[in-house]
Design a protein around this ligand. Structure first.
Ligand SMILES: Cc1cc2nc3c(=O)[nH]c(=O)nc-3n(C[C@H](O)[C@H](O)[C@H](O)COP(=O)(O)OP(=O)(O)OC[C@H]3O[C@@H](n4cnc5c(N)ncnc54)[C@H](O)[C@@H]3O)c2cc1C
Length: 358
């Protein structure tokens, strides 16, 4: 039985590990960071572990080029899988709800989006264009559709537990270079293939971080709401549920390494969201702030790296990193891609089972 090692226990490593496990392979996960309660994840020492700091919601974006079409297909695949997992495992940390989009200055792709195209060509379930009277002040275009949010650490802990109960092995280690793993003596035996789900890869010059500051509040919200402002900034919320509060966001700052949240930014985020969706405020018209969050989206020029590389004799790596701000929403599509590359490498024609056993 082939032994596959997955480097990384973020949403990408965990989803890939479960997906490969379903092919009948022995799978081990090696990582520096593993999911745990978000209350105890350390904001400073674990800032480079992105998965705890994500929202995380699924937003459907009308694709305008082949790369975006591929990502759209991955997000639809993830949507279907999330629906199935949520039905079988209500404890997994997934909630289905409406996604509401408000745009102050929609581009042509949004302006041209009809309900017919959204339903039949883009597979957006429950899609509806909003009437002018339903839009907040300053917003020119809006829609709603069915989507999902996860409580990230509830969800990732669930994935890790499933992986372990299905026989997966787990090892907490930090590596300098993924190639060192090929010489390890692991419980499950010699390594056939390594999957690199390390978030930013190793020395990839195309990778950079996109800082995101958000604020976690206790206020519940029935929908995930996103407003794209005319100046390029974003105003959004992501209800985490499962006692995880609601994320109010957020900034997108390429190459900003500052780990410290700014209180001024927090105030702006909360004010902007309250102006967009005042229903979120409590009976006294307030937010209850739990904490500020800073995360680093693992972004890559040219998009995700999802490909096989031979790095030495009988040393094959399948790379799956550089997910930027879409790691959760594309996760099961990426996991399928990893399974396909692995099956091709191991010379079977196609992956044989097609679903992670969740
Ligand atoms: C503020 C914010 C909001 C976001 N909102 C959303 C959202 O709403 N929807 C969405 O889909 N995405 C969202 N994202 C993006 C999403 O969180 C990321 O795309 C995703 O978490 C990346 O997952 P990953 O598994 O690739 O990387 P990571 O979560 O960073 O995991 C990397 C893993 O590799 C391990 N690793 C790395 N280097 C080493 C090493 N040298 N040795 C051993 N182990 C190593 C780490 O320990 C970790 O286990 C958001 C991100 C931020 C910051």
């Amino acid at each position: 039985m082939p032994h596959i090692v997955v480097l990384g226990a973020g949403v990408i490593g965990l989803s890939s590990a479960l997906r490969i496990q379903a092919e009948g392979h022995a799978v081990s996960i090696v990582a520096r960071d593993f999911p745990s309660g978000s209350e105890t994840i350390d904001a400073q020492s674990q800032i480079n572990y992105t998965s705890p700091w994500g929202g995380a919601h699924n937003r459907l974006v009308p694709p305008t080029n082949p790369a975006e079409e591929l990502e759209h297909a991955m997000s639809l695949r993830t949507f279907d899988h999330m629906r199935a997992v949520q039905a079988r495992h209500p404890e997994a940390g997934i909630t289905f709800m409406k996604g509401i989009e408000y745009l102050e200055a929609p581009n042509e792709a949004y302006r041209a989006l009809t309900e017919e195209r959204a339903h039949t060509q883009l597979g957006m379930k429950g899609f509806r264009l909003l009437e002018k009277g339903e839009l907040p002040e300053g917003v020119e275009w809006g829609c709603e559709y069915d989507t999902w949010c996860v409580n990230p650490m509830v969800y990732c802990s669930f994935l890790l537990r499933r992986f372990a109960i299905l026989g997966g092995k787990v090892l907490r280690r930090e590596v300098r270079d993924p190639r060192e793993i090929f010489s390890w003596n692991l419980e499950a035996g010699p390594i056939d293939v390594l999957v690199n789900g390390s978030g930013i890869g190793f020395g990839d010059k195309n990778v950079f971080i996109t800082r995101g500051q958000t604020c976690l509040v206790a206020n519940p919200c029935p929908a995930t709401v996103t407003r794209q402002n005319a100046d390029g900034s974003w105003t959004f919320c992501v209800p985490r549920n499962f006692d995880g509060g609601t994320i109010i966001g957020g900034t997108k700052e390429p190459n900003n390494w500052d780990p410290n949240p700014s209180l001024e930014v927090r105030d702006v985020l909360l004010q902007n969201f309250a102006a967009t969706y005042p229903q979120i405020l409590d009976g006294e018209g307030k937010f209850t702030v739990i904490k500020d969050i800073v995360g680093r989206r693992p972004t890559r020029k040219g998009g995700i790296r999802l490909e096989k590389e031979e790095v030495g004799e009988a040393q094959t790596i399948i790379h799956a990193y550089g997910l930027g701000g879409r790691g959760y929403e594309l996760s099961w599509g990426v996991a399928d891609g990893v399974a396909r590359l692995l099956a091709e490498h191991l010379s079977s024609s196609t992956p044989n089972k097609g679903e992670a056993k969740l």
